[in-house]
Design a protein. Structure first.
Ligand SMILES: NC(=O)c1ccc[n+]([C@@H]2O[C@H](COP(=O)([O-])OP(=O)(O)OC[C@H]3O[C@@H](n4cnc5c(N)ncnc54)[C@H](OP(=O)(O)O)[C@@H]3O)[C@@H](O)[C@H]2O)c1
Length: 339
């Protein structure tokens, strides 16, 4: 195959203000770089779409530095080595890393996101979803922080998304009663059907507080929160003694200009002697292997199902990311850049 010459890239052109829009990025065609000794050229196969990318675009302190204006938009990726001067990487190797929104990237094969080699035969879609950062987030957030016990009631918001759908199914495997909260009847039907949640609440059309009271009359033991805002408040109202509230994310506020006022029901943590704790999945990097083994076992045994929502083409990366904030994705949102 002739060496590729053109590298389509999306650059961060303007920082978002309020609701994210495609105006934040600019598409350009750059030359495919030549390699120095120790480097390899990776063709991007899939890009992961993650709500946290909205945060990376802001110029404010976070768990990672912001993406600079004029830089390639940061994104988690899986790709294939197409040329190599790196001793640890061979042409054809599958690697996971942080290529960003571009067709080709230069890597060295080292560091936490420096393109780690993945075993041959790995399914790239599975690697980017249930075995990827969102599956790992569900695993550690639910099991380490939520510490569910058989017979307990677990509530998950953002339940039909990449993280929530896996968190809820792990809770079911742990022997819990699982209630998912998601937007729309189709997502709720998927949760109680394919994903075998015990119940689902459509927050766009139902009264979350009333439905929770009916479905969890004795209260909620574990709440895995992906959305924050009013849904967090509704669940806090109904936590049980010694409940664990896992703060995974708060997507309902990611496009707000000012942070919304805090939950009104925090005093319930005092009354119920409950715990609320946040986490970032990368802190668990040393244990990713353990989690991936368990998740793979559950997938192979049919205990966990996972949705993958694929948008085709690097040109559509912005549109794909926006789908998360409009709730258009079922399961993991990906961009397929190359076959
Ligand atoms: N702590 C960590 O290390 C870590 C790691 C990964 C992800 N996260 C967090 O986990 C959460 C889920 O991420 P994901 O990648 O799995 O995304 P996802 O759940 O696959 O997609 C986002 C979903 O959020 C829901 N949503 C969007 N706007 C909303 C709103 N205003 N109110 C309520 N729900 C809304 C939509 O579902 P509906 O149709 O149901 O509204 C959408 O499908 C995010 O908060 C993310 O930041 C945290």
């Amino acid at each position: 195959m002739p060496r590729p010459t053109v590298n389509k890239q999306w650059l961060l052109a303007a920082r978002p203000h309020g609701m994210l829009s495609e105006a934040s990025w600019q598409l350009r065609e750059a030359p495919v770089p030549q390699l120095a000794p120790g480097e390899a050229l990776v063709e991007t196969l899939y890009l992961s779409c993650d709500p946290t990318q909205r945060g990376w675009m802001e110029d404010r302190p976070s768990y990672m530095p912001p993406v600079g204006l004029g830089e390639v938009m940061r994104a988690v990726s899986v790709g294939r080595v197409v040329e190599s001067r790196a001793p640890s990487l061979e042409v054809g190797d599958l690697v996971e890393g942080m290529a960003g929104w571009q067709q080709y990237s230069v890597v060295t094969g080292g560091g936490p996101f420096g393109a780690a080699k993945v075993p041959a035969g790995t399914d790239p879609q599975q690697l980017m979803s249930v075995l990827g950062l969102t599956g790992l987030t569900a695993y550690f957030g639910l099991l380490d922080l939520g510490a569910p016990k058989a017979g307990e009631t677990v509530v998950v918001s953002g339940a039909a998304g990449a993280t929530g759908s896996i968190a809820g199914q792990i809770a079911r495997i742990a022997g819990c009663k699982v209630i998912g909260i998601a937007g729309g009847p189709d997502k709720c039907a998927w949760l109680t059907g394919e994903a075998r949640f015990d119940a689902a609440i459509d927050y766009k059309h139902e009264d979350v507080r009333a439905r929770l009271r009916a479905l969890a009359p004795h209260g909620v033991d574990v709440y895995f929160d992906n959305v924050g805002g009013d849904i967090l408040d509704a669940v806090l109202e109904q936590i049980r003694m010694k409940a664990r509230v896992v703060l995974c994310g708060g997507i309902s506020a990611y496009n707000e200009i000012e942070p919304p006022p805090g939950p009104r029901n925090l005093m319930n943590l005092v009354i119920q002697r409950a715990r609320m704790e946040g986490f970032i999945v990368i802190d668990y990097a040393a244990r990713f292997g353990e989690a991936r083994d368990a998740l793979k076992r559950w997938v192979d045994a049919g205990e966990i199902v996972y949705g993958v929502d694929v948008v085709q083409g690097i040109e559509r990366a912005p549109e794909a990311l926006l789908r998360l904030f409009y709730g258009k994705n079922l399961g993991k949102q990906l961009v397929r850049v190359a076959e």
